[in-house]
Design a protein around this ligand. Structure first.
Ligand SMILES: O=C(O)CCC(=O)C1=CC=C[C@@H](O)[C@@H]1C(=O)O
Ligand SMILES: [Mg+2]
Length: 317
């Protein structure tokens, strides 16, 4: 049995995340705490992204409110699939009790840095490069193609050949715009992949594009949860799968799927706090089959874990 408690938190990003989905400037999460009978504490984080298909923060809060103050493993492992962020948060907290993670160790992974939208990306990449980043991601499908292509070509001209660049459209391109990007990126060696060019309902079209062009395509919104990963794999997707542990669902089920299908994965943040990050990077360390850079490079919050975090965060809620 575990003593269960939770706190909703809201944190404003240092800069809004601008994508085809819109402008996102505040991250709403729920921090959960489990205390076992030996008095050990396990931390978990529920950070939904409803426009990726996960539950809403309100639905996650309603789920937490209806739980008793004492919960057991059966409750944790029977959280419905409609609540993937809750599955992640509760299972992570239970694993935390066993692993007793600490924040001081940065896992031995390669990180990708998310560049700001538009021209600002041209200033930002150098400071990230100086910090050791060699993989960058920028958003496309936000303004018109030619404007974005102009910024992109300036960026590519500046980036060293050893850099890798990911273009994330968040499903915001049309079929012809996707063809245009894929054609133009065909022989640009820095391009690692184009992420989710078309919307989730256009799987067949993305499958066709992946056969027509050599520039790799990564699915993100199309594989946001475990059921979607399974479906896309069964429908023949053998390209890249972007895995967002914070919203994909049960970590134990994710381990099974990654081991069963040996999929080409890129682990990606849901812009969580250090609590969700520690658990997500544990999964990335275990399951990153092709050692692709993980999309956890940038801290978009004003504060990050400091002394005695998250106790301080917990008591300040
Ligand atoms: O994957 C990364 O490099 C960083 C995380 C990231 O880009 C995203 C996180 C959450 C929602 C989206 O705005 C975006 C994405 O689409 O991948
Ligand atoms: Mg994405």
């Amino acid at each position: 049995m575990y003593e269960f408690s939770f706190h909703p938190i809201s944190q404003k990003f240092t800069r809004p995340v601008i994508t085809n989905h819109g402008v996102w400037d505040v991250r709403h999460s729920i921090i959960i705490r489990l205390i076992n009978q030996q008095g050990k504490v396990g931390w978990g984080e529920i950070s939904p992204i409803s426009w990726f298909g996960s539950e809403t923060t309100q639905q996650a809060l309603d789920f937490c409110h209806q739980l008793p103050r004492e919960i057991n493993e059966e409750i944790i492992f029977t959280i419905p699939d409609e609540l993937p962020a809750c599955q992640f948060g509760f299972e992570s907290a239970q694993e935390w009790l066993i692993q007793q993670y600490d924040f001081s160790t940065q896992p031995n992974l390669t990180y990708s840095g998310l560049l700001p939208a538009g021209e600002t990306a041209l200033q930002q990449w150098q400071s990230l490069w100086a910090q050791g980043y060699r993989t960058f991601k920028c958003k496309i499908g936000v303004s018109d193609l030619e404007t974005e292509w102009k910024v992109f070509t300036s960026l590519i001209q500046e980036l060293p050949n050893t850099a890798k660049l990911r273009l994330d459209a968040n499903g915001g391109l049309s079929y012809s715009e996707s063809q245009c990007w894929l054609e133009r990126c065909e022989n640009i060696q820095q391009i690692e992949f184009i992420e989710q060019p078309l919307s989730v309902d256009k799987f067949a079209e993305m499958q066709k594009l992946s056969q027509l062009y050599s520039c790799p395509i990564a699915l993100d919104e199309s594989v946001a949860n475990l059921r979607q990963i399974e479906t896309c794999y069964q429908q023949g997707w053998r390209g890249i799968f972007v895995i967002k542990p914070g919203i994909v669902g049960s970590p134990s089920q994710l381990r099974k799927i990654c081991q069963k299908y040996q999929i080409d994965t890129v682990f990606s943040s849901v812009f969580e706090t250090e609590i969700g990050r520690v658990s997500s990077l544990q999964l990335a360390t275990e399951l990153s089959a092709n050692h692709r850079a993980v999309g956890f490079g940038i801290n978009l919050f004003f504060t990050s874990s400091g002394e005695n975090w998250p106790q301080t965060l917990w008591h300040n809620c």
